[in-house]
Design a protein around this ligand. Structure first.
Ligand code: FEO
Length: 398
């Protein structure tokens, strides 16, 4: 049971709390549960619902809504984003009120058609379109890729409230809805940004620019607390986290190594020496339990990714795959990489990692280098050649 809460006169939070959730969408750990926020905005002429909740909570959603309003009396629904944690209960709303106008972006209309597989009364909106609710105006601001192509914000002009869907959200469920009434949740807020928003930094900057000079009293995301303590500070943190990586004076190589017996790292040291002699800046990180945020930052700053991996039991070890899994959550400057490593019995890891990188749309600067057991002087000469090939690729005109 999630009791509706009036956040300003005539505007209610009518979402659902899910405090026991431990993994969101079977993907992201949620240390403090989550909420699915939906909002009811009452004008003098029309009543609007902004977003719904996850489908499995449809019963709870409509039961809790009933004291506020007969769902059949809602005049229109805005779908800021169609991921089912927000659009799931739309199916039930359309059963109750099949002709209700559904306001959404062009991409959202397309997605909803294939999610609902049922006709609905779509009203496609674009940047700056408005709906007059009677004394209250909803204005739409397209925000594609925050974090789906369909995403938009809805701004309640007179009350200066931004309904931002996933943006500025956090998987955090607490007794109070407001950020100034609960303990610090900055860990969850940052974790959410890193895992959900971070892949789209350029799009975030474009969306934030549309909010410049927009008076903001409340930021109402679709997960976690309503942000009223200092909405501008929240926007500032997104500006900061979505900023492009700092420029480097020299081509920058990120060298990631995992080396149970020191041999792969010895190869890395030799390659590094060659690169540095040619004026490259090399940042080396061990893949033994690295800080993910540091790894992501460096992946975005690097002009080239070098991965040194051993082969263990015919494969690259888990920490190497974990690092590669982060690549889809960052925006690398250049998608170029090279792979090297040592082995004892077989030696599949270098090829396997190369295939994975190619699958992630990376090109390979040079053919992978695989050595057996302890590198000899001749082997290390091959490492120098490998480094020279990498440097050559980096220094060649783009
Ligand atoms: Fe909270 Fe993208 O759904």
């Amino acid at each position: 049971m999630s009791t509706p809460v009036e956040i300003v006169p005539g505007v209610h939070w009518v979402g659902v709390k899910h405090p026991q959730l431990r993994v969101f969408d079977e993907l992201f750990p949620t240390h403090n549960g989550t909420t699915y926020n939906s909002y009811l905005v009452r004008g003098e002429k029309k009543l609007a619902l902004i977003d719904t909740v996850k489908g499995m909570f449809s019963d709870e959603f409509f039961t809790d809504l009933a004291p506020q309003v007969d769902p059949a009396a809602i005049d229109l629904v805005v779908i800021n984003h169609t991921e089912p944690d927000h659009s799931g209960a739309l199916r039930r709303l359309l059963e109750i009120n099949p002709e209700i106008p559904v306001y959404c972006s062009r991409a959202a209309e397309n997605f909803l058609r294939q999610q609902l597989n049922h006709p609905f009364n779509a009203h496609v909106v674009t940047d700056g379109d408005e709906i007059d609710l009677g004394g209250r105006t909803l204005r739409f601001i397209l925000a594609p890729y925050l974090h789906w192509p369909d995403t938009m914000f809805t701004y309640l002009v007179e009350d200066e409230i931004l309904f931002s869907c996933d943006a500025f959200g956090a998987h955090y469920c607490s007794r109070s809805l407001f950020d100034d009434e609960i303990p610090d949740f900055s860990f969850d807020f940052h974790f959410y940004f890193d895992n959900i928003m971070r892949p789209f930094k350029e799009k975030i900057r474009e969306a934030l620019a549309k909010l410049d000079n927009l008076p903001l009293r409340l930021l109402c995301p679709s997960h976690g607390p309503i942000l009223r303590r200092n909405p501008q500070a929240v926007l500032d943190s997104y500006w900061r986290w979505a900023a492009p990586p700092p420029e480097s004076a020299h081509p920058r190589v990120l060298l990631l190594t995992l080396s149970p017996h020191g041999n792969t790292r010895k190869m890395g040291a030799t390659i590094r020496e060659t690169l540095e002699k040619q004026g490259m800046e090399v940042v080396e990180m061990s893949l033994v339990d690295p800080r993910e945020s540091d790894l992501r930052d460096e992946m975005e700053r690097a002009d080239m990714l070098l991965i040194g991996t051993p082969t263990i039991n015919r494969d690259a070890p888990g920490p190497v795959w974990n690092a590669l899994a982060l690549l889809s959550s960052v925006t690398p400057k250049r998608n170029v990489a090279a792979v090297f490593g040592t082995y004892g019995w077989s030696g599949e890891a270098v090829k396997l990692v190369e295939e994975r990188l190619k699958g992630l749309k990376f090109s390979l600067a040079t053919e992978g280098l695989t050595l057996r057991f302890t590198p000899t002087d001749e082997d290390l000469a091959h490492c120098h050649e490998f480094g020279a090939a990498v440097a050559n690729e980096l220094l060649s005109p783009q």
